[in-house]
Ligand binder design. Structure first.
Ligand SMILES: C[S@@+](CC[C@H](N)C(=O)[O-])C[C@H]1O[C@@H](n2cnc3c(N)ncnc32)[C@H](O)[C@@H]1O
Length: 417
């Protein structure tokens, strides 16, 4: 990175520190000779406003050490890492240059050690709110809950890092963890996605979106329906592992972010459902859906009462082409796992939706028969759910044959024709 670029980056971070080259220049200009003096200048370089001066020794007598930045107006620091860098430069710390002290001489180990204590590490620069891309652009940092991360790791162990292994090849379409979190955040912000929500993923694949919202925000009912048998089986296997983890967590008081369990997967074609009720959030990673499916989804949506729909097609496709009765609420760019391909994620609400109708639907929604068993099962709690999932996995996993219709019926699973 060029010194010019580095300087610009530091401005972005609101750490008003000169680049090493600039620092060396200012050191020469001020005729400072000893490494200790260099360190002192570095210290001053971190903090530029009047409050920072006070922090040098409590009475502002170190003003003479301030760099040419002292003439500037005090800046309001938006950036958390910058604020933290300033906190680190407390009187006790005494030295806080965000500059790696490569310019210190070999025998200046004392200063080096002091500097080490207070120099913000690369981790410190990583603000909880912003992240820097390789060419310096700052982007919003996506915060993912620990339980969500644990679940993704469990899934990765079972399915491999490429995700989505299935009968149609090793890679299939799914969002990255960060992009899924972005969609979850957007749903929380615009559609009240919370612990009372009921979420369906239409074409759930191996089930990551379902498992994600099961953890964050911990929806009441997360249901996936997938017609590809191998993907459904993988999803079920992942759910089984997640439920084991949820059981372990339930017995461990030390764990704060417990793995949650309100999830079930169905094997079948969404076209066997007449409506999307009782789901408050109808999610679909719709890339590649055929027109016939779109027509069906539109009819089913217009028959349903579900308030929100989340998909990866814009209003032109949804409203103009397929006549979904929806209004656009929000959209955000997302990227796909493995390929990195980008797609806009869109959040819609039912046309004419009011807070009152949403509340009424949350409290008392009809339920399409396709989802009835799964809903009751999830409501019955972790142990009964786990028992059924274990049994279903055993029946599915140990044999190569597909489930019989009677087995499927026993588990409330809809088989595709
Ligand atoms: C692109 S993948 C998305 C997987 C998952 N939703 C995700 O975001 O990680 C779409 C999935 O939809 C499934 N699918 C397509 N048409 C379907 C239908 N009519 N009923 C159920 N699943 C379907 C496909 O088999 C595929 O696994």
């Amino acid at each position: 990175m060029s010194p010019k670029k580095r300087s610009a980056d530091q401005e972005d971070l609101n750490v008003i520190a000169p680049s090493p080259r600039k620092l060396r220049r200012s050191v020469n200009e001020d005729h400072i000779e000893t490494p200790r003096q260099v360190a002192a200048v570095s210290q001053a370089a971190v903090i530029t406003d009047s409050s920072s001066r006070r922090s040098n020794n409590g009475n502002g007598s170190n003003d003479s050490l301030l760099t040419p930045y002292e003439g500037r107006k005090p800046r309001v620091l938006q950036n958390a890492s910058a604020r933290r860098a300033i906190r680190l430069a407390s009187p006790a710390a005494s030295v806080a240059p965000p500059v790696t002290p490569s310019h210190l001489s070999k025998d200046d180990n004392n200063n080096k050690d002091k500097t080490k204590n207070v120099t913000p590490s690369p981790e410190d620069y990583k603000s909880p709110a912003k992240r820097r891309l390789i060419f310096g652009k700052l982007v919003e940092e996506i915060v993912i809950q620990p339980n969500t991360k644990r679940v993704y790791n469990l899934v990765k162990k079972l399915t491999g890092s490429l995700g989505g292994n299935g009968s149609c090849g090793p890679i299939y379409g799914e969002l990255t963890q960060g992009s899924m979190q972005k969609m979850v955040n957007l749903m929380k912000q615009h559609t009240q996605l919370d612990k009372t929500s009921r979420f369906i993923d239409v074409g759930s694949g191996i089930g990551k979106p379902n498992l994600h919202v099961t953890q964050d925000p911990g929806v009441a009912f997360s249901c996936g329906i997938e017609m590809e048998l191998d993907r459904y089986r993988l999803g079920l296997k992942c759910l089984q592992r997640v439920l084991q983890e949820a059981v372990n967590d339930a017995h461990d008081d030390a764990i704060k972010d417990k793995v949650r369990h309100n999830c079930m997967f169905l094997h079948g074609n969404i076209m066997s459902a007449r409506t999307f009720d009782p789901f408050t959030h109808v999610y679909m990673f719709s890339i590649g859906f055929p027109p016939k499916l779109w027509v069906y989804l539109s009819e089913a949506w217009n028959r349903s009462q579900s308030p929100y729909m989340i998909c990866f097609h814009g209003p032109r496709t949804l409203i103009n082409d397929y006549e979904f009765e929806v209004e656009l609420l929000a959209q955000t760019p997302t990227s796909m796992h493995a390929s990195g391909e980008g797609h806009q994620g869109y959040i819609y609400q039912r046309k004419g939706l009011t807070d009152k109708t949403v509340q009424a639907f949350i409290e008392n929604a009809p339920c399409d028969k396709v989802f009835e068993r799964a809903k009751t099962l999830v409501q019955s709690g972790l142990e009964p759910l786990r028992e059924v999932v274990d049994q279903t996995v055993a029946e599915n996993w140990t044999s190569r044959r597909s489930m019989t219709r009677s087995e499927a019926k026993r588990h409330g699973i809809v088989l595709s024709k």
